[in-house]
Write a protein that binds this ligand. Sequence first.
Ligand code: A3P
Length: 288
Amino acid sequence: QTELIHTFNGIPFSTRVSKELLQSLDTFEAREDDVLLVSYPKSGTHWLTEIMKNLYHSHSEANGVSKVTLTSPLEFGDLSRFDELRNLPNKRLIPTHLNYEMIPVQFKTKKCKMIYVIRNPKDTAVSLYHYYKQNPNLPKIEKWSTFLEMFLKGEVVCGSWIDHVLSWEKSKNDENVLVLYYESLKEDLPKHVKEISTFLGINVTEDQVKDISKKSSFSEMKEKAEKEKVNPNHTVCVLTSNKKLIFRKGTVGDWKNHFTSKQNAKFDELFKEKINSSELARRVVYES
Ligand code: A3P
């Protein structure tokens, strides 16, 4: 089991992310028109890729503009990944779970567009727990209580949720950064499809917004994933190419079915200080 995870800079990573790649992140050559989609695992990454893919698709249909490729995560695999990305002729839409400090420096200096999606940590923990249980690329976990202890200590893939969020805190208002909240997307998807289109500079009609919202609904995405063939060379999440493992429940507040009141109190107590110091975290913890 241990070979599934290794630690880099104190953060647990899947061994599907090589140490050499992590050491070389700052050598990555970004392009000004790259778009990064950043998230802590289980925050809605696949959802966002579907919205963005559809937005670019409707755009290119209307204007004949150059194609966009949704790549596998920036940190997926070994160093040859960087060559692969360099050789892509299309505009690149690149997902990643890296925290802000680890994002290759050129994305920052070139002011590439970055979308950061964040979700209530209790729902994120529950979602990640089920992922650990079903995903052969993650260590076996027997019990929710054991997993929660690991999550609280940041001993899960990509490390501590709150530290990930805190790393983005300073950049949340940057012009090239758009922060999205899972709960808010659930509340009013068309509104956010419009917001994302404006951020990406894509013109869409009301009908297209409606259509994209429908196509990226949980039920449609789940149904599509059931039929899709697994392509091991392409994935949105480093941890699996099997999309069937992604669409579990897609709801807000499932944590209430897992946390005991004691676990909830412990969670609140442990995270209180850091959450209160983070506007991003406060929003998903207290307003959803
Ligand atoms: P649950 O396990 O709570 O169901 P990621 O894509 O970052 O791995 O996140 C996966 C989580 O997002 C899963 O949460 C999944 O069901 C949910 N999700 C994926 N697509 C969704 C959609 N279209 N609408 C709502 N939730 C979605």
